[in-house]
Design a protein around this ligand. Structure first.
Ligand code: CA
Length: 238
């Protein structure tokens, strides 16, 4: 009995020698799965996913740029979302320079509430600022993305105090006392509700979601695809 036990123990090193093989096999499986996911992402990358015949109504929504611009790009965004901050830093400036400032493109923003209370508070603040001064909204919009921390963006950072601080600095025309009241105003809340209904209606599943004249892009960071679509829409309208 004790001999067997000993033999069992002594056989252990042989058992251990299979470990590297298991690790190699698992690594290969993980790599294959990663490759599969990556190739799927890459193949989707250059295709617009969904086309809506009738884009969302932009009544009471912030719209930047020339009223007569032939193309409208809508960002469905969430101030709590790091990809939205990245999009506004990387993609937006190129669009602004090439298309918005030259009168070819209108840019609109619709709130998405994927991060619960903080998203709701930021959205209410945006609507309240917009109601007081539509132009000041865009200063608020830029400044709130800038205020999003690079690290630990999941931690609580969108607070009433933070909102007031951002608005005070970035949009000094805004009456802060009124803004504070408006965060509890039913009319302002109804504007956020409308945005949320649009998110449902247009099946927004990720932020940012970018829609160009009704076409939702699979990859909102594909600047070449965005430009291609805008140019095509401009051509179609001429
Ligand atoms: Ca809105």
């Amino acid at each position: 009995m004790s001999k067997n036990k000993h033999m069992n123990y002594s056989s252990k090193p042989t058992g251990n020698s299979t470990k590297p093989l298991v690790i190699i096999t698992l690594t290969v499986i993980v790599l294959l799965i990663a490759l599969f996911i990556f190739s799927n992402m890459a193949s989707n990358k250059n295709q617009p996913s969904t086309v809506f015949q009738e884009p969302p109504s932009l009544v009471n929504q912030p719209v930047l740029g020339n009223d007569d611009a032939p193309v409208t790009l809508i960002e469905f965004g969430d101030y709590k979302c790091p990809s939205c901050k990245a999009w506004s830093n990387v993609v937006y400036p190129q669009l602004q320079k090439e298309y918005i400032d030259t009168g070819k493109l209108k840019f609109a923003y619709i709130n998405v509430l994927f991060h619960e209370q903080e998203s709701v508070l930021a959205a209410l603040a945006g609507e309240a600022v917009f109601a007081q001064d539509p132009q000041a909204f865009w200063m608020f919009h830029k400044a709130l993305y800038e205020a999003q921390p690079q690290a630990n963006h999941d931690g609580l950072w969108i607070t009433e105090e933070k909102i007031l601080e951002v608005v005070k600095t970035a949009a000094p025309t805004i009456d802060l006392t009124k803004l504070k009241e408006d965060l509890k105003n039913q009319e302002v809340a109804s504007r956020v509700k409308i945005d949320n209904e649009l998110v449902q209606k247009f099946g927004v599943k990720q932020t940012p979601t970018v829609m160009i004249n009704g076409t939702v892009l699979e990859n909102p960071f594909d600047i070449n695809m965005i430009k291609e679509l805008i140019d095509k829409e401009i051509g179609d309208k001429q």
